[in-house]
Design a protein around this ligand. Sequence first.
Ligand code: HEC
Length: 212
Amino acid sequence: MRLNRDQVLSLMATAMLIFLSSGCENVMQNMYDQPKYKPLSKSNLFSDDQSARPLVEETVMFSAGSFAGSSSGREGKAAFYLPKGKIPSDKIPFPITAKLLKRGQERFNIYCAPCHGQTGYGDGMIVHRGFPSPPSYHSSRLRDAPDSHFYNVITQGFGRMFSYATRVEPQDRWAIVAYIRALQLSQNTTLQDIPEETVRRQLGKKNDHQTE
Ligand code: HEC
């Protein structure tokens, strides 16, 4: 059977369409089927028969939590670095409870107090040993700064202070901010700020006692 020119052209066009619609995926299958280990699979390559290798000593985790399992996390993109100024909220985005403050206090004393001091005056032990001293949290500038400023500093670092994003989870960052707010209040409060009449009376009594 002989085909005329039009028939040949239409056959070629159909063949081309089939090729294109099957897509590169089938042609480049080896991109999908490349040699690799699935998580925790066996390997003869290492003496312990495991493909999962122990962490190299002194490596620092780059992404953590749920982010580590996402494609960006696996690619090693920075975990918690939100674009500057792009933070979830200007204020602590959940109710401040005693439990949150306790958690904040614990995290603060672990991660921040070594430089900032337990009361936030910027006189921690590392500063006594020569590290540049951070500003006091009790300046009017930092008292007036929004909660988000503290969250941002923890996330992105600030000047000589490096980022704590890999060590302090977002929830804990807010807990620390809440605790810093409590520290600020503790150094800058008047009797009028104390709501309960009874507490005022108790304080009054204590003061009387102390002056005796
Ligand atoms: C290793 C010491 C060190 C640790 C630990 C540290 N900081 Fe800092 N921080 C500094 C220094 C130094 C500065 C001043 C940086 C500068 O101005 O270059 C600073 C500045 C700050 C500021 C002030 C930013 C401003 O507007 O001036 C805040 C807020 C802050 N740190 C919060 C924290 C919190 C919260 C933690 C704990 C998660 C923490 N820091 C842990 C050293 C430290």
